[in-house]
Design a protein around this ligand. Structure first.
Ligand code: GDP
Ligand code: MG
Length: 204
């Protein structure tokens, strides 16, 4: 089991707590209480993509929820410590939350420079109130070379499982190496291939 930490950034009210609740418990409450400080939830995803690994790879995420209030932002770098991926949210009905992405992006990259960053559009169910287009979001993702972009609705449950599956895939493929002897994938942390038992740096 690979265990990884995910952090979530984005202005207050963009739907960070709602996204986690949908991802973990598959439910939605219209009156989430404002998050105070930090809490975390655990979610397990299994990567079954055969182009990444011959067998299923279980990944356990601890998803850390951070309060978007300004007074807590100074704690954000400490909260990012050791995280493998960051979800950075904006609300498609709220241009201010889109403007605010830049602050969250630089805080996160400043804290963990190799972190995977995922741009998440939230509340796409609010079609009539939408102010930020897919095109604008994709332009921002490209500008900041973020790893992927996905549109979600915690209310309707769209895009959220897909986001975690995608992160797991990226992280698992990054954490494995291909054995030069048998062609199977195994952990970069290991010296001997778990399939054929040979070493990656000589022919033993
Ligand atoms: P946070 O401050 O980023 O944690 O935001 P919350 O998760 O507390 O959500 C703020 C408000 O937006 C709440 O009233 C939620 O019910 C609402 N909300 C969150 N996600 C969605 C969504 O996908 N669609 C709609 N229509 N409302 C949402
Ligand atoms: Mg919250």
């Amino acid at each position: 089991m690979i265990k990884l930490k995910i952090v979530i950034g984005g202005s207050k009210g963009v739907g960070k707590t709602s996204l986690i609740r949908r991802a973990v418990d598959d439910r939605f409450d219209s009156d989430t209480m404002s998050t105070i400080g930090v809490e975390f939830e655990v979610k397990t995803v299994t990567v079954t993509d055969t182009s990444i690994s011959s067998g299923p790879v279980p990944v356990q995420f601890s998803i850390w929820d951070f309060a978007g209030e300004n007074k807590f932002r100074q704690l954000f770098p400490a909260y990012c410590s050791g995280a493998s991926a960051a979800l950075i949210l904006f609300d498609v009905t709220d241009p201010n939350s889109f403007q605010d992405l830049e602050n969250w992006f630089s805080l996160i990259k400043g804290a963990e420079k190799d972190i995977i960053t995922c741009l998440i559009a939230s509340k796409v169910d609010l079609v009539d109130k939408r102010k930020i287009s897919t095109k604008q979001a994709l332009r921002y993702k490209k500008k900041r070379k973020m790893d992927f972009y996905i549109e979600t609705s915690a209310k309707e449950g769209t895009g959220i499982q897909e986001a975690f599956d995608e992160i797991a895939k990226i992280l698992v493929s990054r954490s494995l190496q291909t054995c030069p002897h048998c062609g199977q994938k195994y952990s970069k942390n290991l010296i001997l291939c778990t399939n054929c038992g040979k070493s990656h740096n000589n022919n033993k």
